[in-house]
Design a protein around this ligand. Sequence first.
Ligand code: NFS
Length: 672
Amino acid sequence: MAKKMRTPEERTIDPAAQQMLVWADELEIGTAFSRADQMAPCNIGGAGMCCKICGMGPCRLTKEGDTGVCGATIDTIQARNLIRAIAAGAAAHSDHGRDMAFILKAVANGETEGYRIRDIAKLRIVAQKYGIEIEGRPPEEIANELADLYISQFGQQKGEVVVVGRAPEKRLKLWRELGVIPRGIDREVVEALHRTHIGDDQDPEHILNHAVRTALADGWGGSMIATDVSDILFGTPAPILGEANLGVLKDDMVNVIVHGHEPTLSQMIVAASQDPEIIEYAKQAGAKGVNLAGICCTANEILMRQGIPAAGNFLHQELSILTGSVEAMVVDVQCIMQALVGLAEKFHTKVITTSPKVKIKGATHIEFDEKHALTTAKRILKVAIDNYANRGQTKIPQVKEKLIPGFSHEYINYMLGGSYRASFRPLNDAIRDGRIRGVAAIVGCNNPRSKQDYLHVKVTRDLLQQDVLVVETGCGAIAAAKLGLLLGEAGLDQVGPGLREVCETIGIPPVLHMGSCVDNTRILTVLTQMVEEGGLGDDIDQIPAVGLAPEWMSEKALAIGTYCVASGAYVMFGGASPVSGMPDKVSDSDAVSHYISEGWEKLYGGKLEFVGDPDEMVRRALEHIDKKRAALGLRPYNPDQFGDSGDERMLALEELPLAQKREALYGVAVEA
Ligand code: NFS
């Protein structure tokens, strides 16, 4: 039977992507969008009810009371599948963190080419958190000690991962009582695999308890290490002007796309692309120079630090090659589709793998190592430049938007109070007053099973209208960027009156781009600082805040969702639930869904839910925010109180004669 193929408009709301999908159809080239149409998901596996952890199966359970050959129940199988996904996500983030820690060590010991410690202030602040002596010591010495400490956290066997000590005190105490503090980062991932081997842990709640510990080893472990070290080596982000979407590709330059997650190589490619030798080499090839652009979280890393444009989010990786204008797509780790290689063969694009961990058949492998970083980066760029002569017809959609990324927690702290009074007080006060109703973190992937960017943008817009301040990371942030929501005043007409006042006063966009997916740890830090500032309770679960991943697809997203729940947040995922049970659900197959929602809420104050309908997601988010406001004894949210002191009113007053203006401003007539 012929499958129903969606139109480009049904597949994405992004006009650039729509143009490329029309083009793909004309060329009869498949993409993730068309493959998703052609291949329906397996409804047994999708529901978490397929077990393939041993050779007696795979066992496919379809109705209440079914068990696997070994007797495993639906609940046990769902819990095992979920923890394995969380462990894989935590492993991916944490292994990235480990590599960053090793690079820090190498930089500290002068063993790298081209790197240096850029943010000495952050190095000192982070080192001090762990009691590392900083006074009178050169940065390299401090960095060496910090690197050793961080490296040791991965293989630590007993005790507590030191990074968790940065959580609010009350939360830490709770985790200790519940026995979920990670002992060592690798240990928890290994134990998750051990427990889910045939014939081991078979109590779903006990399995999911360890899922929490594994996820915490990611958020308050590997990922936080990755963010810290990236900032120390490449600079803590601050607002910078950038651009996003396929329109950033250039017809008269050699286009190189960096795609993946680790900033180490991409940062060096940024440096190499500006090197006079490389620019000259490109000119000799007939191009004006090298134009760099990013995809996925590598994009976020170099966008928020150097303002290098983002060509797009996850579902743009194939579309960028379809433009015919990409000389090289340089990939490192994670979220790289195997389809890129076959697609690139239809154009002139070279797919270059660079990580010792990732090879793809048919791709060119140029392995990167920190000892020869700049040399390798130049070599890669020369391969791309040499390929410029092979470029055929191009089709670059003239669609791009400006944005201002770079809201690290350090910058948010600074922007709220300036150099002398840096503080989270104004944010907490704005929430207490009700100018800001609450905060939403909208994060995560694209998924070709839903309309690209639609869910991200829909929930973002709806929450902004309700005076909810939005922070974003990952592909969600790039979605908002492409639709023009990350540019100061541009979005303010779509924002509730109280939030608009706050944004105008501080001079910020209503959606703050906080970085890549490992940088979700910045959100944990912001929440912790809000708790420490006072006035919003004494733990993260009391803050009127929610986390949303409307278009999730990766295992990393499940790890992030779980550590946020364990930190006290209400987290909702869009799309399908990996533990849904069959559509004609029987009570039995709901146990895991209930446990990660109501069960976890009782323990951690946060809960994980899968909500397919975006309106329902927004409704639940607002209900939760209002519930938390009430519990804190804050005045109920009332948008009518605000909107009278923003820029719009000031401009209207400008029109009035002086005396009237003063009366309007001060409430009494003031003599001139
Ligand atoms: Ni996050 Fe970043 Fe994007 Fe999803 Fe992949 S790039 S780490 S996993 S797809 S948001």
